[in-house]
Write a new protein. Structure first.
Ligand code: CP
Length: 327
């Protein structure tokens, strides 16, 4: 890799992960390290707008088997802002339709000289399967309802930037917890950094079983609202549901949508977050989504910073492992 500017610093000796597959297996120190490097990259690139050349000569492949706006675009931009090249693969129009297996497809793309794969797939565990079968680094861009580690990290970075710390905060995730990979990554990351996490939504979407992970489960947003420092409003993922989890969208919005009236009963400095895409009028009303408490677009910018850090760290660890295996 090219010379790293002083503002980023040397490659951290305590980062050894070639892949970023989840937040469950990361330590609190590793999570803090990614956040710290994301902040450095954000500053060194003027808020993720200017270029560095630390990934010159490296190629990142986006293998997306589900739709995406934020994740796919920001991984591409992050790689290019760091001087790398990118290639986008979509399953539609590919040779998968001719019977080529998923692993053969990934190995074919690897053979074209790429260095890192970002994969999004509806099946949980797909990124791990790729990491076991490829020599290049793998980053999970969302696998079914399992995890979305860079989303969890960018959410946590956005909170840390506004509050300075995560420890001691009460963070509620509201909505479709059952189908949310974002919720799972946030739970692991926030708990490790010392937050109190509340999961809130209809009982059909928030099981009491979650309590075994050390989180609070609540069914009334109005009851928990005065205690919350952060609300992360999750989209109802109708596309992953086989039966309707509540009688009507109108009833859901009545009970769980963050609106102006609820905001008046929340803490003065509450942060309103959403991983996106948002459904205006369902989980959040437009005036709240676009209002002064909302950090939804800051989350998007921080997605670039986190993905710059994740690419640089995983590629650096892979290069280090390759050098050491040659000794
Ligand atoms: N939050 C998120 O993963 O958005 P996309 O589906 O647009 O990538």
């Amino acid at each position: 890799m090219s010379t790293t500017p002083d503002s980023i610093g040397k490659f951290p000796p305590n980062w050894t992960r070639r892949h970023l597959l989840d937040l469950e297996s990361l330590s609190a120190e590793e999570i803090q390290l990614v956040l710290d490097y994301a902040s450095r990259f954000k500053e060194a690139t003027g808020g993720c707008r200017t270029k560095l050349s630390v990934l010159a000569g490296k190629t990142v492949a986006n293998l997306f088997f589900e739709n995406s706006t934020r994740t796919r675009t920001s991984f591409s931009l992050a790689a290019r802002r760091l001087g790398g090249d990118t290639v986008d693969f979509s399953s539609s129009g590919s040779s998968l339709s001719k019977g080529e297996t998923f692993i053969d497809t990934a190995r074919t793309i690897q053979a074209m000289g790429i260095d890192l794969v970002v994969v999004r797939h509806p099946t949980p565990g797909t990124p791990t399967l790729l990491a076991q079968n490829l020599e290049v680094s793998v980053i999970n861009g969302g696998d079914g309802a399992h995890e979305h580690p860079t989303q969890g990290l960018l959410d946590i970075l956005s909170i840390r930037e506004r509050r300075g710390t995560i420890a001691g905060l009460t963070v509620a995730m509201v909505g479709d917890i059952a189908h949310s990979r974002t919720a799972r990554s946030n739970i692991w990351g926030l708990k490790k950094l010392g937050a109190h996490v509340i999961l809130c939504g209809p009982s059909t979407l928030v099981s009491k079983d979650w309590e075994q992970f050390g989180v609070e489960v609540a069914y009334s947003l109005d009851d928990i609202l005065p205690r919350c420092d952060v609300l992360n409003l999750l989209r109802i993922q109708f596309e992953r549901q086989y039966t309707r989890p509540f009688p009507s969208v109108r009833e859901y919005a009545l009970l769980y949508a963050m609106n102006r009236e609820r905001l008046s009963r929340a803490k003065d400095d509450i942060l309103i977050m959403a991983p996106g895409p948002i459904n205006r009028g369902v989980e959040v009303t437009p005036d709240v989504a676009d209002g002064p408490h909302s950090v939804i677009l800051e989350q998007v910018t921080n997605g670039l910073a986190i993905r710059m850090a994740a690419l640089w760290l995983c590629l650096g660890a892979n290069a280090k492992a390759a050098t050491e295996s040659q000794r």
